[in-house]
Write a protein that binds this ligand. Structure first.
Ligand code: NAP
Ligand code: ZN
Length: 353
C-alpha cells in the first residue's frame, strides 16, 4: 500500500443537509485503507429512485447530512496490503451494501443483503464501528474487497453503473422465481429498474409483457426485448390479460391496485414486489386464495450474484439506456424522475463534481 493512503482521503461529495434540501458540494474524509480495503476513484454514479425516497426521508430513519448513491462504477486507485482480487487500474463497481457479518447462514449462502446482523448499506447506514456511511455521489469511496465487483471489459463504466442496483434488483428475483423458457412474465413500470428487467427477462428466454401506464414507451419496450406491451390506463388491459402470467415483477415506486394485478396471475403465480412505496399496499386475501397465488418481495442481490449478473449483461449485450448529467443537475434530475421524465436512468459524471 502506498504511503499516501495510510491517511484518510479527502473527497468531494454531493450531500443534502436535511430531507428535501437541495444538493450542495461538501468534503468528507474517506477512511485510511485497512488491509482488506480498496480505494475507488468513482467515475459514474447512477441515480436510483431509492436515492430519492431516502434523501426525501420518505421511508423514515434518514441520516443527515446524506450522500446518496449505490450504483457506483470506478477505477481502483489503491489497495490494502491483504487485497488479492483487485489491482490499481481495475474497473470495479459497488452496489447497495458495503459490509455484512460474513458468518450467518444468509451471508454464507451468498445472500448478504439478508444478513441477520444487519447489512451495512452503502449510505444512510451505520457501519459496524458506528460510523455513518456515505454513498456514490462522491469522487472516491473506500470499500472492503469482498463487497467490490469487477466490471467486465465489454461494459462501458457509465452504462455499467445502473446495473449495480437496477440490474441486480431485477436479475435476482427473475432467477429466483425461475423466469425462463416457457414462462410468461410481466414487468410493471418501465423506469430505471423496469427497462433493465425487460432485457434480462428476454435474455433468460421468457415471454415478456410490459405493463406501463401509457402507450408512450411502447416502441422502446419492444426494442429492449418485450414481446407484448399494454397500457394499464386502458381498462380493457386487465380483462384481456386475466390469468395470463406466471410471474409479475412490480418495479413501481407508488402503490398499485394490488387485486387488479393479482387477477393477471395464473394459478400458483407470484407477484414479486421490488418497487418500494412508503405507504402500505392493500389487497383482498381472496385474490390469493382463489388462485393459490403469492405476493413476494426481493431486496437487491448478493455479491456473487451481482458479479454473475454483470457477466451475464456483458455476454448478452444488456445495457441500461442512460442520460449522463453533471453534478450540478442532480436536483433537476430528481424532479424529472418523480415525473417519470427519464429515459431511463440518470448517471452522474463524477468528473464534474
Ligand atoms: P423509476 O425510474 O422512477 O421507475 C418507476 C416506474 O414506475 C416509472 O417509470 C413508471 O413507469 C412507474 N410509476 C411511477 N409512478 C407511478 C404511479 N403513481 N403509478 C403507477 N406507476 C408509476 O424508479 P426505479 O429507480 O426504477 O425504482 C423503482 C422502485 O424500486 C422505487 O420504489 C425504488 O425505491 C425501488 N427499489 C427497490 C429495490 C429493492 O431492492 N427492492 C432496489 C432498487 C429500487 P411507467 O411510466 O412505465 O408507468
Ligand atoms: Zn437502488
Amino acid at each position: 500500500m502506498c504511503n499516501q493512503h495510510t491517511n484518510t482521503t479527502p473527497t468531494r461529495v454531493l450531500s443534502v443537509a436535511k430531507a428535501k434540501a437541495p444538493f450542495e458540494t461538501t468534503t468528507i474524509e474517506r477512511r485510511a485503507l485497512r488491509p482488506d480495503d480498496v480505494l475507488i476513484d468513482i467515475k459514474f454514479s447512477g441515480i436510483c429512485h431509492s436515492d430519492i425516497h431516502s434523501a426525501f426521508d420518505e421511508w423514515g430513519g434518514g441520516m443527515f447530512p446524506m450522500v446518496p448513491g449505490h450504483e457506483i462504477a470506478g477505477v481502483v486507485e489503491a489497495v490494502g496490503s491483504n487485497v488479492t482480487k483487485y489491482a490499481v487500474g481495475d474497473h470495479v463497481g459497488v452496489g447497495c451494501f458495503v459490509d455484512s457479518c460474513g458468518e450467518c447462514e444468509y451471508c454464507l449462502a451468498g445472500d448478504e443483503q439478508y444478513c441477520t446482523k444487519g447489512v451495512v448499506q452503502t449510505y444512510n447506514s451505520l457501519d459496524y464501528d458506528g460510523e455513518q456511511t456515505y454513498g456514490g455521489y462522491s469522487q472516491k469511496i473506500v470499500v472492503k474487497e469482498g463487497f467490490v465487483v469487477r466490471i467486465p471489459d465489454a461494459l462501458e463504466m457509465d452504462v455499467a453503473s445502473p446495473l449495480l442496483c437496477a440490474g441486480i434488483t431485477t436479475y435476482s428475483p427473475l432467477k429466483h422465481w425461475n423466469v425462463g423458457p416457457g414462462k410468461k412474465v410481466a414487468i410493471v413500470g418501465m423506469g430505471g429498474l423496469g427497462h433493465v428487467a425487460i432485457q434480462f427477462a428476454h435474455a433468460m428466454g421468457a415471454e415478456v409483457t410490459v405493463l406501463s401506464r401509457s402507450t408512450n414507451k411502447e416502441s422502446e419496450a419492444l426494442s429492449f426485448g418485450a414481446d407484448h406491451y399494454f397500457a394499464t390506463s386502458n381498462e380493457e388491459t386487465f380483462k384481456e390479460l386475466a390469468g395470463r402470467f406466471d410471474v409479475i415483477l412490480n418495479t413501481v415506486s407508488a402503490n398499485l391496485d394490488v387485486d387488479a394485478y393479482l387477477s393477471l396471475l395464473r394459478i400458483d403465480g407470484t407477484l414479486v414486489n421490488v418497487g418500494a412505496p412508503a405507504e402500505p399496499d392493500q389487497y383482498s386475501v381472496f385474490s390469493l386464495i382463489m388462485g393459490r397465488r403469492s405476493i413476494a418481495g426481493s431486496l437487491v442481490g448478493g455479491i456473487k450474484e451481482t458479479q454473475e449478473m454483470l457477466d451475464f449483461a456483458a455476454e448478452h449485450k444488456i445495457a441500461p439506456q442512460i442520460e449522463v448529467i453533471n453534478a450540478s443537475q442532480v436536483d433537476e434530475a430528481y424532479e424529472r424522475v418523480l415525473k417519470s421524465d427519464v429515459r431511463y436512468r440518470f448517471v452522474i459524471d463524477v468528473a464534474t463534481l
